[in-house]
Unconditional design. Structure first.
Length: 132
């Protein structure tokens, strides 16, 4: 026996929904809904509760890990994606500096970040739009 904790992550920016399940030993049996609220984090809330099963729903205002974001940082193009830790962006690839001066509009878009579903798409965009 024990407690099954189901974490549901809803990424509000891209609409993705991910789920993971954790099993906890019998020492967690008997914890109340309020006890689990303490462990659900700032973004989580207990949405279903029984003595053997807890569902914690996390609403995150970010893209899921399946998306890649191309940024212009310090005059370099970098591809990033979110880590498992909410709000943390990790650099996946440094694509170097553009050979030509980027238009003001392109610079603005890249400073905010341009989103792609695959790393190869971000790389392709950077080559076609920025290096040729």
């Amino acid at each position: 026996s024990g407690v099954k904790v189901i974490d549901i992550y809803i990424y509000t920016v891209c609409g993705e929904k991910k789920q993971s399940t954790r099993e906890y030993s019998a020492k967690y049996e008997g914890l109340t809904k309020d006890d689990f609220k303490k462990y659900s984090g700032e973004d989580g809330r207990v949405t279903d509760f029984s003595s053997s099963r807890v569902v914690i729903t996390h609403c995150l205002r970010q893209y899921c890990r399946e998306h890649y974001i191309l940024f212009l940082e310090n005059e370099k193009l970098v591809v990033k994606r979110y880590s498992e830790k909410p709000g943390e962006l990790l650099t996946v690839k440094d694509l170097g500096s553009p050979l030509y001066t980027l238009s003001e509009d392109t610079q603005k878009r890249l400073k905010k970040g341009v989103v792609f579903s695959a790393l190869k798409d971000a790389e392709s965009f950077s080559k076609k739009q920025l290096y040729e």
